[in-house]
Design a protein around this ligand. Structure first.
Ligand SMILES: NC(=O)c1ccc[n+]([C@@H]2O[C@H](COP(=O)([O-])OP(=O)(O)OC[C@H]3O[C@@H](n4cnc5c(N)ncnc54)[C@H](O)[C@@H]3O)[C@@H](O)[C@H]2O)c1
Ligand SMILES: O=c1ccn([C@@H]2O[C@H](COP(=O)(O)OP(=O)(O)O[C@H]3O[C@H](CO)[C@H](O)[C@H](O)[C@H]3O)[C@@H](O)[C@H]2O)c(=O)[nH]1
Length: 333
């Protein structure tokens, strides 16, 4: 029996594929490579195609004995989602609807889904719990919430079983150094900070230093990508063993401000990392910190790379050895 991983050529998907293979799972990756990288695909079976391609899904589900789907494929940039929400409804909501339809048609009833802290919007309390209100402040979060709700109704109607994992800020790289984060354009804080350390950018723009936090910069909960990978493996096991659906936050439970991240990165890289203050980025809440107690209790999640220094150190190892991401060899010509 195989696990179909959509978006397995992307950042979190590729690390999860690595984790699943290490635990003896048979993995099939489906990715259109719009954002992902062929070099990041560690699975033996790679299908270059789109989740919205109904015929392709029919072929995959006929040909392989798929036990469950892990669904990463999506658009995931908050700012972009505000400029072109319909593209997000198409690639996130419509794609999930097609995928779920084909799963049900072919009798595949288990799915682990990439959700996000953006489903909560501006938090009413910290740390955020799964039972808190979900009022997304951007179209991206709204599409992920819509998919969670779609899965809930599919459970009632067709017996689908789902685990939705709401990640906070994914960061870090595989400790082996062979896969890591390579987004184009890069918008995430830690890789941008490390690109400054590599001399690829002049300075980090800090999006606001007048937030109601101790040092005025936004606080986020950074969670190592390998710990996210572990959670997906455990979620699959949980679905197999209990058939129980659920929604789980995944974060470290500790928040760091933008300035604190820069300070740690200065120490680890030995580079001064100049910064300048820039305007707020629309839709950025001041503080996002997860309570991940439910994932620890119900999934048995035990993060191994929890502290910020480990996150930055593994990311730094990846960026130093792959200054142009997966295009390294190509650039060297
Ligand atoms: N990176 C984060 O901090 C973060 C936080 C919360 C949630 N998420 C969610 O996790 C998932 C993975 O995020 P990531 O950072 O690894 O993103 P990513 O862009 O690196 O990976 C997404 C992958 O999906 C593929 N893809 C996109 N649309 C597709 C389609 N229609 N058909 C086939 N393949 C398609 C892309 O080519 C890419 O390889 C996303 O669903 C995202 O919303 C990410
Ligand atoms: O150049 C930069 C980039 C980021 N930041 C700040 O650094 C923090 C982290 O920003 P990221 O872009 O790295 O991450 P986000 O918190 O915006 O977004 C992450 O968490 C979201 C949930 O809130 C979504 O899930 C999204 O997909 C995921 O990347 C924010 O306060 C942001 O304002 C800067 O100051 N300068």
């Amino acid at each position: 029996m195989a696990i179909l991983v959509t978006g397995g050529a992307g950042y979190i998907g590729s690390h999860t594929v690595s984790e699943l293979l290490d635990h003896g799972e048979e993995v099939i990756v489906l990715d259109n490579l719009e954002k992902g990288h062929r070099e990041a695909v560690l699975a033996q079976t790679f299908i270059h195609g789109d989740v919205r391609d109904r015929e392709l899904l029919d072929q995959i589900f006929r040909r392989y004995d798929v036990e469950a789907v892990v669904h990463f494929a999506a658009y995931s940039l908050v700012g972009d989602s505000m400029k072109d929400p319909l593209a997000y409804y198409d690639n996130n909501v419509a794609a999930a609807q097609i995928l779920l339809t084909k799963m049900i048609e072919h009798g595949v009833k288990r799915i682990v889904f990439s959700s996000t802290a953006a489903t909560y919007g501006e938090p009413r309390q910290i740390p955020i719990q799964e039972t808190d209100a979900t009022e997304p402040t951007n179209a991206y979060g709204e599409t992920k919430l819509a998919i969670e709700k779609m899965m809930k109704w599919c459970e009632q109607a067709y017996g689908l079983r789902f685990i939705s994992l709401r990640y906070f800020n994914a960061a870090g790289a595989h400790p082996d150094g062979h896969i890591g984060e390579d987004h184009d354009p890069e918008t995430h804080l830690i890789p941008i900070v490390l690109q400054v350390a590599l001399g690829q950018r002049e300075a980090l723009s800090i999006f606001g230093d007048d937030y109601p936090t101790e040092d005025g910069t936004c606080i986020r909960d950074y969670v190592h990508v390998m710990d996210l990978a572990q959670a997906h493996r455990l979620a699959l096991e949980k679905l197999r063993e209990t058939g129980k659906s659920g929604i789980y936050n995944l974060g470290s439970g500790t928040g760091f401000s933008v300035k604190q991240v820069v300070e740690r990165a200065r120490e680890i890289t030995g580079h001064p990392i100049p910064t300048r203050v820039a305007p707020h980025r629309p839709g950025d809440p001041a503080v996002l910190i997860a309570s991940s107690q439910k994932a620890r209790e119900e999934l048995g999640w035990r993060p191994q790379f929890e502290d910020l220094d480990t996150i930055i150190t593994t990311a730094w190892a990846w960026h130093r050895s792959h200054p142009n991401g997966y295009r390294k060899e190509e650039m060297r010509g």
